[in-house]
Design a protein around this ligand. Structure first.
Ligand SMILES: [Zn+2]
Length: 150
């Protein structure tokens, strides 16, 4: 996948994440896409606290898709969470679903994450590429990242 394609898909993930702005507090409004053969097959955004994070919402749509996770790429604006807070870890859910590669916009500055989500993915053999559309994603999410989240 070339850089332009990656950026176009991350932009779509950002737009999806913005849908969460009115409901996600105190969590950040993250967006996630699942892509297969260049096509978006699932979209997710942060739900109310205690309900699906963006990744979980997108992954929940995978069951109905033929061939499930084979060759599926994920685009997520913020590093997936590594820890079980109000909801299970999204990084572990991505591993469990068998996602092939994860494109991340920015690292989560939350002290409980901060690279730990990436480590969970890489330790399980999932390819990760960080920093797609980094400046735009940071501009979008940073206002929401200074507050307590989990
Ligand atoms: Zn999460």
């Amino acid at each position: 996948m070339d850089q332009r394609q990656k950026e176009a898909l991350m932009k779509q993930a950002m737009l999806e994440g913005r849908k969460a702005r009115t409901v996600c507090y105190p969590n950040p409004p993250v967006g996630c896409l699942l892509v297969k053969d260049g096509e978006i097959i699932a979209r997710g955004h942060t739900n109310k606290p205690g309900e699906h994070h963006a990744e979980a919402m997108a992954l929940s749509q995978l069951d109905s898709v033929k061939n499930a996770s084979e060759g599926v790429l994920a685009f997520v604006t913020l590093e997936p969470c590594s820890f079980h807070g109000r909801t299970p870890s999204c990084a572990k859910a991505i591993v469990f679903a068998g996602i092939e590669k994860v494109y991340v916009g920015m690292i989560d500055p939350h002290p409980k994450n901060r690279g730990a989500g990436i480590s969970v993915l890489e330790a399980a053999g999932v390819e990760v590429e960080v920093g797609i559309m980094k400046e735009s994603v940071e501009a979008d999410l940073t206002p929401y990242l200074s507050i307590e989240q989990c």
